[in-house]
Design a protein around this ligand. Structure first.
Ligand code: NAP
Length: 558
């Protein structure tokens, strides 16, 4: 018997530290940790103790004799990882916490998403360190609330870890307070010894093709925020009247939006999807979603677990033309030598299995196209068709390059979603790397410019620190690293002294018109949403307008 890691794995590696036989890999100190799609349990080493199950925040670990049919493929996926990864035995040594000097440290964290919380969790363990967390929204948890797909309830399990942090005596919420509007960056640095920006990567990348501005051509980031009830996007509308949507890109965001577009609304109605989105999806005519990937199957940006899960969506066929599953020359050679990377081998195997599956008449379809790029959107005032061309490989290697050919085709569609990645934006008064769209930093310590001096007392964590890669749990080590930098700077005595007390912050932001929501206020919102969900058998019914959220924050739910 062995335990098996399944789809919800969030890569936060909390399981790694508790495994007594070091059978979960890659570990954070292995080079592949930051690029691995998931963690995997070595079936030959696992002793079935179950310690990892208790530690996993997203219920991803299951004993192999309890796997249901849906999770059965993870037996092979876990075992395959160990075919081409030599892992060393021995436990991951716990880090020794440094002894802190006398004195108190006040830290402001801007943003209340996962990266913010993982940093806060580490800091509030020390009673000398207090954390004030600011977010311009009335609700915390960032992309866990506004990004994670509504049908991925297990992933939202991390919220309970965050709630435990926010319950600490040395933690205060300043929700519904906007830094830059209700309090400036300079006012924060005057009041806190350390300011950590954890503001994510809120905007999207552009394709730069003619017709991209047409109505009906939208970013997947907006669509995701809309169906998840983010207040800034709740009033958007999307044209779902056509039978086909096209998604550009094939990362996990692309898969999320494709799945939501074709999932039976009755199934979505059991989730915490925003009511306005559910109503619109009930009226939707979309029957086919085509995903365009500019490169080949070996470079597919989605994770295997999300790809595999598409096969479980009721009433939906996954369509792949086997002729498009060509490998770049390096992958081809590796395959011939039986040395193909196990993750790529799994991508190929799953794609071939999908390609061979019989389809069912009347089913909706998710169609994967590889080596295909959109070149133009056309339409009379709104998107009506997309022109795309076939690509070919030019050179192989780490970054497999492609070039377009003249071989083109048209797809009729009124909805084109760009799912080609998120992008960080500059923060007022904070250095910014315009090329990478991140704040330049060393282990979370902000630099005055790329390769510049350290700006004392200023830190970043999450996507604004490392770019928009990695799911929720990937922020755990990122947040810990930044928190450790703050603590190390405290120990070194290089944290700036605050020139003003932070005791006036609540009054200051109130004078500027902020209706601050604190922990009891958020608990009221949470209880209101959960109680509305209970009667409908849903996790919660989200409030999506600022005024209703503010009003719920003031009233305890019945
Ligand atoms: P992503 O994984 O970086 O995927 C971006 C996709 O866009 C790739 O297919 C990329 O192709 C393509 N692309 C980029 N520029 C393009 C262009 N100019 N033309 C055509 N295609 C282009 O980004 P994402 O899907 O936004 O996800 C962001 C991160 O969040 C990822 O780490 C993802 O795993 C994570 N996430 C995880 C989950 C989950 O675990 N369920 C859900 C959502 C997001 P190339 O590879 O050729 O560049």
């Amino acid at each position: 018997m062995a335990h098996v890691i399944t789809r919800p794995c969030c890569n936060d590696a909390s399981c790694v530290a508790v495994c007594p036989v070091n059978c979960i890999h890659p570990t954070p100190d292995e080079p592949t940790f930051f690029t691995a799609e998931s963690l995997y349990i070595d079936p030959d080493t696992c002793i079935d103790c179950g310690a990892c199950i208790d530690e996993c925040p997203v219920e991803a670990i299951i004993p192999d004799d309890q796997l249901d049919e849906r999770d059965e493929p993870y037996l092979q996926i876990n075992a395959d990882y160990y075919k081409d990864h030599d892992v060393e035995g021995g436990l991951v040594p716990p880090k020794k916490a440094p002894k802190l000097p006398e004195g108190d440290v006040r830290v402001a964290i801007v943003g209340a998403g996962p990266a913010a919380f993982y940093a806060a969790e580490e800091l509030v363990r020390k009673p000398q360190i207090s954390v004030d967390m600011f977010d311009r929204l009335p609700t915390p948890y960032g992309l866990v609330r506004a990004g994670v797909a509504p049908d991925h309830a297990a992933t939202k399990g991390v919220e309970s870890t965050f709630a435990a942090t926010s319950a600490k005596r040395n933690f205060r919420y300043f929700l519904n307070v906007e830094v830059g509007k209700h309090i400036s960056h300079d006012e924060l640095t005057a009041r806190y010894n350390a300011v950590i920006y954890a503001v994510g990567a809120p905007t999207d990348k552009r394709l730069g093709i003619p017709g991209e501005e047409l109505s009906g051509s939208v970013s997947a980031t907006e669509f995701v925020a809309w169906y998840n009830g983010h207040p800034d996007f709740a009033d958007l509308t999307f044209d779902l009247s056509g039978e086909r949507a096209v998604v550009v890109g094939n990362g996990n965001v692309a898969l999320d939006v494709a799945r939501i577009l074709v999932t039976d609304p009755d199934d979505l109605a059991k989730t915490d999807i925003a009511d306005h989105a559910l109503a619109a999806l009930r009226e939707s005519n979309i029957r086919e979603v085509v995903l365009l990937a500019r490169r080949g199957i070996a470079q597919a940006a989605y994770t295997n677990s999300e790809f595999l899960a598409l096969g479980e969506v009721d009433g939906v066929d996954v369509i792949i033309d086997p002729a498009e599953l060509t490998l770049d020359p390096v992958s081809e050679a590796a395959q011939s030598d039986d040395e193909l990377d196990s993750t790529i081998a799994t991508k190929l195997r799953l794609a071939r299995e999908f390609a061979e599956r019989p389809t069912t008449e009347g089913n909706k379809r998710i169609v994967f196209r590889f080596l295909t790029s959109p070149t133009e959107l056309t339409g009379d005032g709104k998107a009506e068709a997309l022109h795309a061309v076939r690509n070919v490989y030019t050179e192989a290697g780490e970054n497999v390059a492609i070039v377009p050919t003249d071989d083109g085709f048209d797809l009729e569609t009124g909805l084109v979603l760009r799912a080609i990645g998120y992008r960080g934006v500059p923060i007022n008064d904070v250095p910014f790397d315009e090329v990478r769209c991140v704040v330049p930093n060393v282990e979370g310590r902000v630099q005055s410019s790329v390769d510049g001096e350290i700006v004392r007392g200023l830190y970043v964590t999450g996507w604004i620190k490392r770019g928009a890669t990695g799911g929720i749990g990937r922020n755990r080590l990122c947040g810990q690293e930044t928190a450790e930098s703050v603590i190390a700077d405290f120990v070194e005595g290089v944290l700036p002294q605050a020139s003003t007390s932070a005791d006036d912050v609540a009054d200051l932001v109130a004078d500027r018109g902020a209706h601050r929501i604190d922990l009891p206020g958020w608990k009221n919102i949470d209880a209101t949403e959960r109680s509305a969900g209970k009667s409908a058998g849903r996790r919660r019914v989200k409030l999506v307008h600022i005024d209703e959220l503010e009003s719920a924050s003031r009233e305890a739910a019945e």
